[in-house]
Unconditional design. Structure first.
Length: 387
């Protein structure tokens, strides 16, 4: 037993680290969706300029602001500025600062600028194949002959509304003529808004063909003192638990694992000295599982995918009614928002599940691929739901 545990610990310590695909956007990590590369290149983008780092709210940081000639860079999946932060940022820009916001602007600032976004995806393309998409800028000075090509699934956010009196369109997705980059004139300064923050992360900047896109977008900012935000980030350490901080550092993680398995070894050897032999009891057979497998096999053999789909949807709505205490007869955006709030799952994923159900219900016959897609998304909902 001891030898097995030692071997297991050794394997765990030596096995390759799996790729972390979580969104982080901080400068401290090398995972795909962090911003280490971009932060390191700031001195090249703004030569001779001071690069300041801010790990506080704008309300707390305002005491360090002593002028009105600087850049602000915010990159994150969402940018939910509150009333105080919005007032400070808009005041700074009005007096001559420039701000670059890559991500979904929410809350007071979005309302002030009349901003709204939509998520675009093609359900059938996402099942069958990946497609080349092209990004481009409207300004001839930044035009590339064939645009910037991304081999990706057809999923992205795009800007759908803004204040036309103070806003200029700067670029977007060529295939769908969808806008993802604008600039808002505000007083003496400007606010650049980009709806695809992932394009500024390590994943894309490591590609020599795609990196110039991010640098071209940021080059709209003047060469001057630049404030790099580290507070409004998905991966900021300040919100993490002590255990999360330990696991974010490789040496601390190994030390924690070693201490844990040492404790297990101690408990095993200690129990052999003071505990009598425990008889082995045969676990009761799970006959319900065999029954479920038999019924499932009958459905598969008869090819009644429509019946399986209907039952999946029925159980899904029953779960919403029983566990989330919501009426599944509703069909509104507020209903989906309530599901997201009570389950702890992003509204984007909730909308995708309901879109899949609606599209599939229209079909007289359902293929294996469509049934699997609906089933996988509903199962993922059950797994991640907090109720």
């Amino acid at each position: 037993m001891a030898a097995s545990i030692i071997v297991f610990v050794a394997v765990e310590l030596l096995k390759p680290k799996p790729v972390d695909w979580s969104t982080d956007y901080t400068q401290y990590k090398t995972i795909p969706y962090a911003s280490k590369i971009l932060h390191e290149e700031l001195s090249t983008l703004f030569p001779g300029s001071e690069i300041q780092e801010n790990s506080k709210t704008l309300y707390e940081f305002q005491e360090q602001i002593d002028s009105y000639s600087r850049n602000w860079i915010f990159i994150n999946s969402t940018l939910p500025f509150d009333q105080y932060d919005t007032d400070i940022l808009l005041d700074q820009v009005y007096m001559g600062d420039d701000a670059f916001l890559a991500g979904m602007v929410e809350g007071v600032l979005a309302d002030t600028l009349n901003l709204s976004y939509e998520y675009f995806y093609s359900i059938f393309d996402s099942i069958t194949f990946e497609k080349d998409l092209h990004l481009s800028f409207n300004d001839p000075a930044y035009v590339k002959d064939d645009g910037w090509k991304l081999s990706t699934r057809e999923t992205f956010f795009h800007i759908t509304s803004y204040d036309t009196s103070i806003t200029t369109e700067l670029g977007g997705w060529e295939e769908y003529e969808m806008l993802n980059f604008i600039v808002v004139k505000w007083g003496e300064g400007r606010i650049f808004i980009h709806s695809n923050p992932e394009l500024f992360t390590n994943y894309y900047l490591r590609d020599p063909d795609l990196a110039p896109y991010a640098f071209s977008a940021l080059s709209r900012l003047p060469v001057q003192t630049t404030v790099w935000d580290e507070y409004y980030k998905d991966g900021k350490v300040g919100l993490s638990s002590p255990l999360a901080v330990i696991f974010s550092t490789e040496s601390l993680r190994y030390a924690w694992q070693l201490a844990f398995f040492t404790l297990i070894l101690f408990m095993i050897f200690k129990s052999k000295r003071v505990q009598r032999i425990i008889p082995i009891l045969k676990a009761p057979e799970n006959s319900s599982l065999n029954f479920a497998k038999t019924i499932g096999q009958l459905y598969v053999e008869q090819g009644t995918h429509k019946d399986i789909f209907d039952k999946k949807v029925q159980f899904f709505f029953d779960y919403i009614k029983t566990n989330l205490r919501l009426d599944p007869e509703q069909d509104s955006e507020a209903f989906k928002t309530d599901i997201a709030a009570r389950s702890g799952i992003e509204l984007l994923q909730i909308n995708k599940i309901f879109d899949l159900i609606e599209l599939t219900q229209r079909s007289e016959k359902i293929s294996d691929t469509e049934l699997k897609l609906v089933t996988d998304n509903i199962n993922q909902f059950y797994k991640n739901s907090q109720r």
